[in-house]
Design a protein around this ligand. Structure first.
Ligand SMILES: Cc1cc2nc3c(=O)[nH]c(=O)nc-3n(C[C@H](O)[C@H](O)[C@H](O)COP(=O)(O)OP(=O)(O)OC[C@H]3O[C@@H](n4cnc5c(N)ncnc54)[C@H](O)[C@@H]3O)c2cc1C
Length: 314
């Protein structure tokens, strides 16, 4: 219950323009500003520096050029062009070719056809250059449309794409089964948005139970699933199940967000597991950042300390 209330509070705060203005002033101002704990930087160069450092620690990565909820065809076209430029920069930088994308960034709110066209303009060069493109899952208003766009692309023959699915939604077992049937790659997450009881489990215990069940289903029947969580209990369940079923470590991967549980990241790599870090960057970091606060309200402490520190320096 507390988790749902905290998500609701931070969701409400994420819509405050005053807070956004204050966070934007202080959050990324210098190398040790508070938002940098979760955001790799505002430019591709900063993200690439982080990516090289992660590779050096034996980690895989996916880059997210932050942005969401665009309302006009021009904004969606600009985000698409930015992703295409980013892929060129990543190829030149020699880092792993893996990106994560949100469909509201590519115009799914403008219209479906615009979004599909934009995604194809990213997937064509992506496939030529050996990129994997993961579609993030947003709030439940978009679940059905996102999966339909995914299947449209899949049926057009694109194979270097995968979906994120959220364990907290009641519908997700059916979606996991569908993705397994297609042979499509799934990233399983708990789910980061505030959702109504009709759409999603509200209690942490229920979400965890669903996450564990879907983890087993994906390990048994999925195509190279990604188990994306910082929850040690969920990670132990995945590890135990893989061992019990004789599923080799290279048939699945774990994923975590940049800036969270570095200790656990190192332990998993040392134990011989594949671990991919989700690295967000860009100027549109506020909604992503607020979701990270909503997951763990204790994070608000370091934000307040950060703002006080920045003010004191002025
Ligand atoms: C690679 C990746 C991609 C994701 N993509 C999506 C997506 O497409 N759509 C979507 O809805 N959600 C996405 N998420 C977010 C996800 O839905 C959860 O909100 C988030 O991972 C927190 O849940 P948890 O599994 O870590 O478990 P929790 O039970 O929330 O947390 C377990 C433990 O992890 C640590 N932890 C978790 N969150 C934080 C935090 N913010 N700060 C500090 N410590 C923390 C704490 O130690 C906590 O006790 C993604 C997560 C990952 C790792």
């Amino acid at each position: 219950m507390f988790a749902a209330a905290s998500k609701a509070l931070f969701y409400a705060l994420s819509r405050s323009t005053a807070l956004k203005r204050m966070a934007s002033t202080y959050g990324m101002a210098s190398d040790d500003s508070f938002a940098r704990r979760f955001i790799a930087g505002e430019t591709a160069e900063e993200a690439i520096a982080v990516a090289h450092a992660l590779h050096a620690r034996g980690l895989l990565l996916t880059l997210d050029f932050l942005g969401e909820s665009v309302r006009t065809p021009d904004e969606a076209a600009a985000a698409t062009a930015a992703y295409r430029r980013l892929m060129d920069v990543l190829v030149a930088a020699g880092i792993e070719r893996n990106v994560s994308i949100k469909l509201t960034q590519l115009g799914i709110d403008v219209d479906r056809a615009t979004c599909v066209d934009n995604l194809r303009r990213i997937l064509d060069p992506a496939e030529r250059n050996g990129f994997f493109v993961r579609i993030d899952m947003e709030n439940s208003r978009y679940t059905q449309a996102t999966l339909e766009v995914f299947e449209t692309l899949w049926h057009l023959g694109y194979r270097q794409i995968g979906m994120a699915l959220q364990a907290y939604l009641h519908r997700t077992e059916q979606d996991v089964r569908r993705m397994n049937e297609l042979g499509a790659r799934v990233r399983l997450v708990k789910g980061a948005y505030k959702e109504p009881p009709a759409a999603a489990f509200q209690k942490k215990s229920e979400v965890d139970e669903a996450f564990a069940r879907l983890t087993r289903l994906l390990l048994d029947e999925g195509n190279y699933p990604a188990i994306a969580t910082h929850d040690e209990r969920m990670i132990d369940i995945a590890r135990a199940h893989a061992t019990e079923r004789g599923i080799a470590n290279d048939r699945f991967e774990f994923q975590m967000l940049y800036g969270i549980r570095r200790d656990l990241q190192e332990a998993l790599v040392a134990a011989g597991y594949r671990l991919r870090i989700y690295v967000p960057f860009g100027t549109q970091w506020f909604p992503y950042f607020m979701r990270r606060l909503g997951e763990r309200p204790a994070n608000i402490g370091f934000v307040i300390r950060g703002i006080m520190g920045e003010k004191a320096r002025q």
